[in-house]
Design a binder for this molecule. Structure first.
Ligand SMILES: Nc1ncnc2c1ncn2[C@@H]1O[C@H](COP(=O)(O)OP(=O)(O)OP(=O)(O)O)[C@@H](O)[C@H]1O
Ligand SMILES: [Mg+2]
Length: 264
């Protein structure tokens, strides 16, 4: 990981030629439920794209996001992540492939009593297990340096030693993003990352995602109920409705009224 933003800037036209995530025929029904959450979901996300997923409460957005990384096991379908068939992997191979995705959730899921730096270091557990990644005091200098670099990239180097239960919601979400960056992911999945934040902090977090997509060439797949965020911070918008992916459209061709109508 490199803190030098300039050296990591990549032309989006080049990045957008390869697919980062290709999902075909994805279906999920939870045990004991008569209806599927969704079926026959097909879409591709190109490298360096930012894609928003919208839909009403209970439409299946979180389930779909998790199924794409097999955090929830889909019933059918194929998932190609970064050129590898995630759907046919198991055990350590699956974990290794899945580590290419960093997750950010509505609730930041940081360990409250530990420092921001230690929480970021935990992102390294995706690659190296063991106590040296449990606490920053035990960490290899190189890993501590990388964790500081990740905090720096989200503008949070100054809270490195602060306990996470002493951070504001916006600061904590930035630290959670730094922890995801510590994994050195190719792709970020974010499930309502701004839902717990005030409007300004929410916009700031979306700006941060947007700059990570542009500067680091990351691919972003995010769920949002905030349709301005879906419009302003994505290249494409997917929409789940009636157990199907009924919307897959360039963001430019949508508007606030057209997206509001999707919920009607
Ligand atoms: N573990 C589970 N077992 C059974 N049903 C589940 C489970 N998880 C989710 N569901 C159901 O699957 C459907 C989709 O849920 P999901 O959480 O994916 O929706 P969502 O679009 O993310 O909603 P929200 O906008 O409220 O976050 C809902 O009907 C929900 O009740
Ligand atoms: Mg959800």
């Amino acid at each position: 990981m490199n803190s030098c933003a300039e050296s990591l800037t990549m032309p989006r036209s080049v990045l957008a030629t390869t697919s980062q995530l290709k999902v075909s025929g994805l279906a999920k029904r939870f045990d004991g439920c008569s209806q599927s959450v969704f079926s026959d979901v097909n879409f591709t996300i190109s490298t360096g794209q930012s894609v928003a997923l919208i839909g009403a409460n209970g439409a299946g957005k979180s389930t779909l996001l998790r199924c794409c990384a097999r955090l929830i096991e889909p019933d059918a379908g194929s998932i190609i992540l970064d050129g590898e068939a995630l759907s046919s992997k198991s055990g350590s191979e699956l974990r290794k492939a899945r580590n290419r995705v960093g997750f950010v959730f509505q609730k930041h899921c940081l360990v409250p009593r530990l420092s921001a730096l230690t929480n970021v270091l935990h992102g390294n557990l995706a690659h190296r297990s063991g106590p040296r990644n449990w606490l920053q005091g035990f960490a290899r200098q190189e890993d501590r340096g990388r964790a500081m670099d990740c905090l720096n990239q989200v503008g949070m180097a100054h809270v490195a030693d602060k306990r996470c239960d002493q951070l504001s919601g916006g600061q904590a979400q930035r630290v959670a993003i730094a922890r995801a960056l510590m994994q050195d992911p190719k792709m970020l999945f974010a499930d309502e990352p701004t839902a717990s934040l005030d409007p300004q902090s929410g916009d700031d977090i979306m700006e941060l995602f947007s700059s990570l997509v542009k500067v680091r060439g990351l691919t972003l797949f995010f769920v949002s109920h905030h349709i301005e965020h879906a419009l302003n911070y994505s290249d494409r918008i997917l929409g789940l409705q009636e157990r199907q992916l009924l919307l897959d459209t360039p963001s430019q061709s949508e508007s606030l009224p057209s997206l509001r109508a999707f919920y009607a």
